[in-house]
Ligand binder design. Structure first.
Ligand code: 2HG
Ligand code: ZN
Length: 432
């Protein structure tokens, strides 16, 4: 039987999309850098429907690209040009959100639930969800599980993996594994749930997650923006305790955000580096420091991604997003070396300083040669080429820079065990 007809028999005609004007938002990534025409976009409404869709695609030997809110920045959830016929499997209709269990401090969320909905449900029950990110209204639980998203509170609560108590997922042959009701402690065999977090849709398709919630903060917290000489000074000003968020920006990014967002100069003077702290109490700072305290100062950090996208649009180009991390003691040297590695392009650098995680945004490149230069520099500084956004297709060819041949052999063996026919997110994560 015809593939489209079989898919429509499972999810209904309205949820198999093929018209390019309708599928465009599913087939182009957020940066506009990655796009390919899929066979179809399928939007199952339940786990059972999704499993049936997977069985049909598997029977036809058709590849499947799982997609949540499509806010990813490495081309990990859109179809790709050189992988043949692919079906985009959108999990956005899996929006069941369970009751918050205030005793276990947990909630179960469907893969399509936006992060901000989990945050609101937790808050209404007197708790919090430990992951927060600027794309909270569009990014989904499924997508953040697939990429092991970090975000703005990672220094306080860890990455998404630390919040996931259990998962429900569909295997490449359509079988459903349900570990949503896993007990709090469970050492019966390998931690498959932990393995799936961060697997970027290459091993299975996550349909729901049991999430740990954390107690509310007991105070509102203090938001301080501090002007710094360099990265080393910024690092030295992060207090040893009570840190809820520690973010860094450079002068170029701050001035772009001010220009695009029409924001005032936040401090008395301009500085090469800015540290934004959210802390339980006001931080102890040297007397001569240039700093301001105000929750509204978050805007200077949160508006970076949008401001850079606006600037790229105005220049008729796309942004190359290089989410990397280096050991804290190498951060200063790495940032100093970036200018030479990114010549002649404009580069904006910001990120989660306490984790050594920098978002290197390069503007104006027409091929990925500059990506290779930056990622090689990362490797030379003992870092990782993917800190919190995943490898996607954007960085797959550079994985050997920071993973050994033995590790890549293991990754390939794990992939083959879960997905022997290579149908789940082909081209993502592993070099070709
Ligand atoms: C952030 O920290 C996100 O704001 C996006 O991870 C980073 O736009 C980026 O490069
Ligand atoms: Zn980030």
């Amino acid at each position: 039987m015809n593939l489209e007809r079989e898919l429509a028999d499972i999810v209904g005609d309205d949820h198999v999309l093929t018209d390019p004007s309708v599928t465009a938002s599913y087939t182009t990534d957020w940066t506009g850098r990655f796009h390919a025409d899929p066979g179809a976009v399928v939007r199952p409404g339940t786990t059972e429907q999704l499993a049936a869709v997977v069985r049909v695609c598997a029977a036809h030997g058709v590849a499947m690209v799982a997609q949540g809110g499509n806010t990813g920045l490495v081309g990990g959830s859109t179809p790709r040009v050189d992988e043949g016929l692919q079906v985009v499997l959108s999990t956005r209709r899996l929006t069941d959100l369970g009751e918050v269990d205030t005793v276990a401090r947990e909630v179960t969320a469907g893969a399509g639930v936006p992060v901000s909905s989990v945050q609101r449900a937790a808050k209404a029950a007197g708790l919090r969800y430990g992951v927060d990110l600027a794309s909270r209204d569009s990014a989904t639980i499924g997508g953040t599980v697939a990429t092991n998203a970090g975000g703005l509170r990672v220094v306080r609560h860890g990455t998404t993996r630390a919040q996931v108590r259990g998962l429900q997922y569909v295997l490449a042959d359509g079988r459903v594994v349900d570990r949503l009701a896993a007990p709090p402690q469970d050492n019966a065999g390998l931690d498959l749930t932990g393995l799936l977090v961060g697997s970027e849709g290459t091993l299975a398709i996550v349909t729901a997650a049991r999430l740990r919630l954390v107690p509310p903060e007991t105070t509102a917290g203090e938001v301080t923006l501090i002007g710094c000489r360099d990265m080393t000074e910024a690092l030295s000003l992060i207090p040893p305790r009570g840190v809820r968020a520690a973010e860094v920006m450079l002068a170029s990014g701050l001035s772009l955000v001010r220009r695009v967002g029409g924001l005032a100069q936040p401090l008395e003077r301009e500085h090469p580096v800015y540290l934004l702290l959210e802390t339980d109490e006001l931080p102890d700072l040297p007397d001569d420091i240039d700093a301001a305290v105000d929750p509204a100062l978050w805007a200077y950090r949160e508006q970076h991604t949008e401001a850079i996208a606006t600037e790229a649009g105005a220049r008729g180009t796309v942004v190359h997003k290089l989410d990397v991390s280096v050991p804290l003691e190498r951060l200063g040297a790495f940032v100093d070396a970036l200018a030479a590695a990114t010549t002649p392009y404009d580069v904006f650098v910001f990120g989660h300083i306490a984790m050594g995680n920098l978002h290197v945004n390069v503007l104006g490149a027409t091929d990925d040669e500059v990506d290779g230069r930056v990622l090689t520099l990362v490797a030379q500084h003992g870092g990782s080429i993917a800190a919190e956004h995943g490898i996607g297709i954007a960085k797959a060819r550079w994985l050997p820079l920071t993973r050994s041949a033995a590790e890549i052999d293991l990754l390939r063996a794990v992939k083959a065990a879960f997905d022997p026919h290579g149908l789940l997110n082909p081209g993502v994560m592993l070099p070709g």
